[in-house]
Design a protein around this ligand. Sequence first.
Ligand SMILES: [Zn+2]
Ligand SMILES: [Zn+2]
Ligand SMILES: [Zn+2]
Length: 274
Amino acid sequence: MKLQYLGTAAAEGFPAMFCDCETCERARKAGGKNWRLRSGMLVNDTAMIDFAPDALTMVQRFGVRLSAVRDLFVTHSHHDHFNTADLSTRENGAFCVLKDARPMNVFANEAAKNRLDAYVGRAGCDHYLNVTTVSYFQTYEAENGMRFTFLPADHAPFEKAGFYVMQEGDKTAVYMHDTGIPPQESMAYLQTLSIDFLSVDCTYGLGNEEHGHMGVPAIRRVVEGLRQSGALKADATVVLHHFTHFCGMLHEELEQAVKEDGFLVAYDGMIVEI
Ligand SMILES: [Zn+2]
Ligand SMILES: [Zn+2]
Ligand SMILES: [Zn+2]
């Protein structure tokens, strides 16, 4: 399974769009891995999780081909994860020329679907997007044969936000964003798995948040819980992802802080093969 981080920041970007804080200043000067787009992941080049406002920049910076993406899995309706306006540029003939002009499959919760419907209005989008409303604990098959299971997140209480377990053959990857420590029913589900790769919400860096988003102390508890139950394999890759500048840390500082835990710190363009 090929997993590529396209963006690794929280909603405002890192350095943030309008920010004069010290961390953003330091990130601006340092450049490189400290410049983070809004979050999303490309899976095996043909499936994608979330559609950030920076999708165009991702395409231009990393040379990825979104025309090859057949299935888009959306975690929730927040704008940094679901940019309905740019999704409309997939309309074949109007904004692009597609070799494979079949509608792209979009899996999204009701709130995200409502946002999309409101954006496209009466014109609709059925001719270029095939939308399925996702339910918790349901598994959806992507055209590349992978299975995506939608689990409840501790995030955005006014909608059914979730995160995805991805399975291909005997490999299992979990993309756990945006969420605080996952609800008990999600943890119980995860404990039945044999996890090779875990990408965790680390919005607040070393901060103590455990609801809505996480920081390292909460992540350690989640990882420990999954290890103790035997769900997280001993050689599993654990990656921290989705950072806000309010965490106060640059990429290398975060790396240093979690070195002994064995956690990797995601950066834009990073590819993990499991
Ligand atoms: Zn987010
Ligand atoms: Zn800032
Ligand atoms: Zn969110």
